[in-house]
Design a protein around this ligand. Sequence first.
Ligand SMILES: [Zn+2]
Ligand SMILES: [Zn+2]
Length: 148
Amino acid sequence: MRQLTYVGGSTIEWWDVPEPKLLHEGDALVQPLAVTRCDIDLIIVSGKSGLPGPFALGHETAGRVVEVGSAVKNFAPGDLVIVPFQISCGDCERCRRGHTNACTSVPFRSSYGLKPVCGVEYGGALSDLLRVPFADHMLVRQRGLSRR
Ligand SMILES: [Zn+2]
Ligand SMILES: [Zn+2]
């Protein structure tokens, strides 16, 4: 699939990368339909962020569910969703207190489109597909637009 990739300096390129797959039964795959940029994206592509490439760009997105794992109960292919940029489980103590930005089930600052801040490449929204872990918790339904 195509992935807009921050290479380094002020260079971004479309790279051909393997499609993400469901890794856990609670995962979903989402096709981004609308992606906006964050101010930090501008800083990254200007080369001033100091974040080392390469990594997938894009973390502000709404899209369509295309596949769900066997444990996903609340979403099905075709559902229109918003994907929060930070990865969280919804189940740890911090998540249960509402502090999903500090989820202890994933590395600190786990986010889409920002691999250097968390050390994990979760992929970016400027790609054909995103893998969303903890999908029942992570995904936000677009009310009134869902096609189920
Ligand atoms: Zn942002
Ligand atoms: Zn958590």
